[in-house]
Design a protein around this ligand. Structure first.
Ligand SMILES: [Zn+2]
Length: 451
């Protein structure tokens, strides 16, 4: 869906008397009036008022957050029924929960999930979602449905379809084609990557197909890597080499690749990933919830971003939980741990949009920003921003959100959609989705079996 460029026609807006986080990493914090014009930050300074002014005293204006690994399709799963034996390992979590939910999704529920997930993210100050989508019984056109839903909300996104062989060769081919098709079309606020599930559900041929589509389009492959130990065991059995080596030989690892998790990679794989320039996305809450372990990339600097892996869209919550998890293992974890990772997520999104200033509020940057009701009792500066971020910020502080210069959340409410109507609709959609889910059997694909 292509939205009209309303922001371009809007008069300049001055956000006045705020504390502005110009950059997250390295932190830069100033007191300023921030002027938005033509969808971008026009200026930062004192007294630069436009025809429209908004009082932002007592607020902290921050760059909009980027969730670098999300699964919007899970947005209607909260509280869903579960009548099976509890899963005992990561494979069973997939077989009994997520690979049943994704097969129950249809067009209606894909759309409603994207609306709910996108809305939750925006209301938490997340302005870009890098999503990884799976709906094996509704593949063709699924990315358009998601892009349309997110476009209506006014949230920026980088989308892909999760290619996998677990549901057979026809669906694997359809998944590759969905990525290829989506990458050909231009949208205002959405871009594409090539999605791939994980080494342990992908044949060499399918992996190479994904790499080829990505190479042709000049984008990266977005893939789960060694989330569970089963991925490494499968790769050793299947290919005689560990996951990162296998992906490198298939042409997946390069500077545009986005690798979610990397929990079970060994030192050799970690070095290989860094040498290829790929970006790793850590998802600490998801890893804790699935009991899969702790990514060594939590302790490595460089191209490491943060995602929720579908546990909502609140990157302040994710950053705080991840920081505390990292500190639990290593007291040397510096306070700026979350800021550096959030900036990396913004870099990835900025590269897909051709916007190197995305994730900053420097003049010329896309005006993707969040106005937080945050008036701390202690001074705030570049030197102590990390401490405020980890120990001061909290859910519910988001007042206003701008994406590409447009006010899409005002006083904590969407300006684009009727939230009550959305909620009234999704409860019915969720009921139908849950009924199909209950009728969907446990997935029989089992990478633990000897091949
Ligand atoms: Zn994931």
């Amino acid at each position: 869906m292509t939205r009209p460029d309303r922001a371009g026609a809007a008069p300049p807006v001055a956000l006045c008397d705020a504390t502005v986080v110009v950059t997250l990493s390295p932190p830069e914090v100033i007191r300023a009036d921030l002027v938005i014009a033509d969808g971008r930050v026009r200026s930062l300074g004192a007294g630069e008022r436009g025809p429209v002014t908004r009082d932002c005293s007592g607020t902290l204006i921050v760059p909009g957050n980027v969730c670098a690994h999300h699964h919007l399709y899970s947005a209607l799963s909260r509280g869903m029924p579960y009548a099976l034996l509890p899963p005992t390992d990561f494979t069973e979590i997939l077989q009994r929960i997520w690979w049943r939910l994704d097969r129950a999704l249809d067009e209606e529920s894909v759309r409603a999930s994207a609306v709910r997930g996108g809305l939750d993210a925006l209301l938490a100050g997340t302005t870009t979602i890098i999503d990884h989508h799976a709906s094996p019984n509704f593949i063709d056109g699924s990315l358009d449905v998601i892009a349309g839903a997110l476009g209506e909300l006014g949230v920026r996104s980088v989308l892909c379809y999760e290619v996998s062989d677990r549901d057979g060769p026809v669906r694997a081919a359809a998944g590759i084609e969905e990525n290829r098709r989506f990458l050909r079309e231009f949208r205002d606020l959405a871009r594409g990557m090539v999605g791939a599930h994980a080494s342990f559900t992908l044949s060499d041929e399918t992996l190479e197909g994904c790499a080829e589509v990505a190479s042709d389009a000049g984008v990266g492959v977005h893939i789960h890597v060694a989330e569970g130990a089963v991925d490494e065991r499968d790769s050793l059995r299947r290919a005689g080499r560990r996951v990162a080596r296998r992906l490198a030989e298939a042409g997946v690892l390069n500077e545009r690749a986005l690798l979610a998790h990397c929990v079970h990679v060994d030192d050799d794989e970690a070095r290989l990933i860094e040498e290829t320039g790929a970006t790793v996305v850590c998802n600490p809450r998801s890893n804790m919830n699935n009991g899969v372990g702790h990514s060594p990339f939590n302790r490595r600097p460089g191209k490491v971003a943060l995602g929720t892996d579908g546990i909502g869209g609140d990157m302040v919550a994710e950053a705080q939980a991840g920081f505390f998890r990292a500190r639990e293992s290593d007291l040397a974890t510096p306070p700026d741990w979350p800021l550096a990772r959030l900036a990396e997520g913004a870099r990835v999104a900025g590269e897909r949009f051709g916007e190197p200033l995305l994730g900053t509020l420097r003049p010329g940057a896309p005006a993707d920003l969040c106005v937080l009701s945050y008036d701390p009792p202690t001074p705030i500066s570049a030197e102590n921003l990390a401490g405020h971020w980890v120990f001061g910020l909290a859910p519910g502080r988001v007042r206003d959100v701008y994406v590409a210069g447009e006010l899409v959340v005002e006083d904590g409410r969407s300006t684009r959609v009727d939230e009550a109507a959305v909620a009234a609709d999704e409860v019915h959609v969720a009921g139908r989705l849950w009924s199909r889910l209950e009728a969907t059997p446990v997935h029989t694909y089992d990478p633990r079996r000897e091949k």
